[in-house]
Design a protein. Structure first.
Length: 543
């Protein structure tokens, strides 16, 4: 690895801008924004088709693309999310890329890194402790214990904590509450959308912790919690600098999940990369229907940015799965399944074009992919006027992504401008409907129980202008994980809505989506080993 100071210098950062965290990573002070702008800041959004449970290598392709652009002599920086310990020890394993297309130091990034996740967890749970303490002493802010809505978080998959009762044994006011995973915390979203330290404190103060008996909202600001929460998050707000396996800059900061949160790395990290590099490669979690939609409708709307190009990652195995092939055999030759499953990709391409983007399809190539099927997919894309490029970044690093880099640079020559799925002033229910119909292809939306009344209440409370963050399965365009391919004639159901006033959006939970995942029968944690020399293995799939 290169010295982190050399990586920083490649972006034009000064030594005063960097706060070293050991020899191989650093925090970037926000004074770096005061340096003269040296980058054109062309933003490239990487998303994907609806994935298999193991994922389609979207992070790997993002890293490979950045490497390829750098090998083409371009000034480039990555802007990626931080891994959560939930997936690291759960089903997917680590999130630092793979093979020759990875970011380093991978072990550190996948585990404790610079402590950002722990700081977010601590700040969230500090607020929870202050809420229960306020209730214990009769609530000076008038919070109704039965209407307290602020739960707790943990950066781990732990289904046993989804619903809990606190305050038992005479210690506090007994009440039912919940644990979410840290990636789903509103504090995570606040950190990722904050513009600076003052904005962070303001957003934390707007967090709603519950209601009074008369129905009026109670905020973290009224409780007096925001300054102490900001103190815990002061260093976590600073973007992290690491490097690719080829020594290129990578800003890794923030980590909300796209299936239960807004799925994008921090605004500060992205804007910092755009300030200092000509090309910025960023990703939006899971399929285009989740991460990319939220990237455009939430992050870009908030930050005043817009991508110059978009990439949709596809694999033969995912397309075959969507065509009916079992996941376990999706790597085997199956032209019929591929021909059926490509409809999933087709819907994502249509959505991207509806939003004014000319997408490039990055075909993540596996060693056993049939060459005739790869050629068929490229021809299928060409027939629809879509540029497709094979990428073997996992095996060859930047050299395996040169064709993809060329295709992206060509696509970025066409001007783009913001085109959102819905207008700011549309009613909240209509925003949900527009996403479901435009992005998922649903015929309509069903609102369970009192959801419509809750949305009306949010509007009366002054939050009708907020964007909507949809929480649904990543495996399907619908809200049913088993409906693969491109479902037809389906409706989606919103079973619950939550107000995230601090982050600045309303969360709509669809189908059976949960904000605290569980571990699979055979967790990835079982393959993690620490060797006598201190080296950790098993954090990544295939490791």
């Amino acid at each position: 690895m290169r010295p982190i100071a050399d990586v920083a210098a490649e972006l034009g950062l000064h030594s005063d801008d960097c706060i070293p965290y050991g020899r191989d990573k650093a925090k970037i002070a926000l004074t770096a924004f005061d340096r003269p702008r040296r980058g054109q800041g062309k933003l490239v959004l990487v998303s994907a088709v609806n994935p298999t449970p193991g994922g389609e290598g979207k992070t790997t392709m993002s890293i490979a693309l950045a490497m390829g652009l750098r090998q083409r002599g371009r000034s480039v920086s990555l802007a990626l999310r931080e891994p959560s310990l939930g997936p690291v020890f759960g089903m997917k394993g680590g999130a630092t890329g793979g093979g020759e297309a990875r970011i380093e130091p991978a072990e550190s990034i996948n585990l404790h890194f610079t402590g950002d996740m722990h700081a977010i967890t601590a700040a969230h749970n500090l607020l929870a402790a202050l809420v229960d303490n306020d209730l214990q002493w009769g609530s000076r802010v008038g919070l109704d214990a039965k209407r307290a809505s602020w739960g707790r978080v943990l950066d781990m998959n732990d289904r046993a904590l989804r619903k809990v009762i606190v305050g038992l044994g005479g210690e506090g006011v007994p009440r039912e509450t919940r644990f979410d995973i840290t990636a789903a915390s509103e504090v995570m979203a606040v950190l990722c959308l904050a513009r600076d330290l003052d904005d962070l404190t303001t957003r934390l103060g707007r967090i709603v912790i519950g209601r009074r008996a008369d129905g009026s909202l109670v905020t973290a600001g009224e409780l007096g919690a925001a300054p102490a929460m900001t103190a815990l998050l002061r260093d976590a707000l600073l973007p992290n600098l690491v490097q690719t396996a080829e020594g290129g800059p990578a800003i890794v900061h923030g980590g909300p999940f796209a299936n239960i949160a807004h799925g994008c790395s921090s605004v500060l990290g992205t804007r910092l990369a755009m300030h200092h590099a000509d090309w910025v490669v960023t990703e939006a979690g899971f399929g285009f229907d989740l991460g990319a939609e939220k990237f455009l409708d939430i992050k870009c709307r908030s930050a005043g940015i817009w991508p110059s190009a978009a990439v949709i990652v596809a694999t033969l195995r995912a397309l075959k799965m969507h065509g009916g092939a079992p996941v376990a055999s999706a790597g085997a030759p199956d032209a019929a399944a591929l021909a059926r499953g490509v409809e999933n990709l087709e819907k994502h391409l249509e959505t991207a074009r509806t939003l004014g983007l000319s997408p490039v399809v990055a075909v993540n190539v596996f060693g056993n992919d049939p060459t005739d099927e790869l050629a068929w997919l490229e021809a299928w894309c060409a027939e629809r006027g879509v540029r497709a490029a094979r990428c073997s970044g996992f095996a060859a690093g930047g050299a395996g992504a040169l064709s993809l880099a060329d295709a992206v640079m060509e696509a970025a020559e066409k001007p783009t401008s913001p085109r959102f799925v819905y207008a700011d002033d549309a009613p909240l229910a209509e925003k949900v409907r527009r996403i479901a119909q435009t992005v998922y292809g649903a015929t309509d939306v069903d609102f369970a129980g009192s959801v419509l009344k809750q949305l009306d209440r949010f509007t009366r409370d002054g939050f009708g202008h907020l964007p909507v963050c949809m929480a649904k399965t990543q495996y399907s365009l619908s809200d049913d994980a088993k409906r693969l391919g491109r479902p037809k004639d389906f409706r989606v159901t919103v079973r619950e809505v939550r107000l995230s006033a601090g982050a600045g959006f309303v969360v709509a939970l669809l189908g059976e989506m949960l904000t605290m995942p569980g571990l699979p029968k055979e967790p990835a944690a079982f393959r993690v080993q620490v060797h006598p020399n201190g080296r950790v293995t098993g954090l990544m799939q295939g490791d």
